[in-house]
Design a binder for this molecule. Sequence first.
Ligand SMILES: [Fe+2]
Ligand SMILES: [Fe+2]
Length: 267
Amino acid sequence: MALYGVLGDIHGNREALEAAIACLDARGVDRIVCVGDLVGYNADGDACVALLRGRGAISIAGNHDLIGTGKLGFERCSNKAMHSLKRTRRTLGNTTVEYLRALPSHHRLEPAVLLTHGGVRDVQQYMTSEAHIRQNAEFLRADFPGARLCLFGHSHEQKIYEVDGQDVREVPQVDRNLLNRNLVYFINPGSVDASRKRADKFAECMLLDTLDWSVEFLRVRYDCAATEAKAAVFGYRIGPWTDRLYSVRRRLAVKLAPKRREASLDK
Ligand SMILES: [Fe+2]
Ligand SMILES: [Fe+2]
C-alpha cells in the first residue's frame, strides 16, 4: 500500500512532465506510475524517458511507444499521429528505443490494481463509453482475476467509471474520490501532454492512495508555448498540404489493395 503519482500520455512533452512530477513530489508520492505513451507528438521523447527512468517510475507500453519503435504499424493512426511518429522513429536514441521495446503491455501494481494503456485486450481501443467499460470489465475478470482497479490511458481524459455487476456509471469528480472496496473501477489520470487539447493547456495527473482507496485528480500549468515551438521547429507538426497528401495516399492504398490482391493471385 502506498501513495502513487499516476500519469500517462506524456508524448514527449518535457515541460508538462516536469510540471506534473514537481506537483506529485510536492504531495509526497512514494512512486511514480505511467500508463504509457511516453513518446510521440512532441520533440522531447528521449528526455521524458530518461526523466521517468531516473525516477524509477513503473511504466507500461502505449500504442505510441510501440509504433514509435516499429513494433506496431501506422494503420490505426490519424494523419497527425502518423506524421509525428515518423519523426519520432527517426530521432529516438538507441537507449530509449531499447527501453520502450521492453516495456510490458500490463503491470500489476498491487494484487488489486492493474495498469493498461487502452482496452484490456487492445492497446489501441479508446475506452470512452459505459459500453466499452462493461466489455472491458469482463476482460479484466477473465484475464486478471482479483484486479478491481484498472488504471488506463489513451483517451486523454480524466475519468472514473464504477462497475457494479452489469451496471456501469461515470462517477462525478470531487476534490478527493473515495472508492468502494467492493466494486470495480476503471480510472484514467488524464494526459500529461495537453498539446492535443483545444482549450486549457494543463498537465494532468492523479494521486492514488491504496491505503484508504482514494483518488485525487491534479491539473498543472506548464510552458506550453515552449513545447509547441520545439515541436514546430523539429518537424512534429503537420501542415495542411501534408495532411491532404497523407489522406490521398490512404484512399489510393484502399482502392489499389483489391487489385494488388488479384494480381498476386494470378501469379
Ligand atoms: Fe496518448
Ligand atoms: Fe495511446
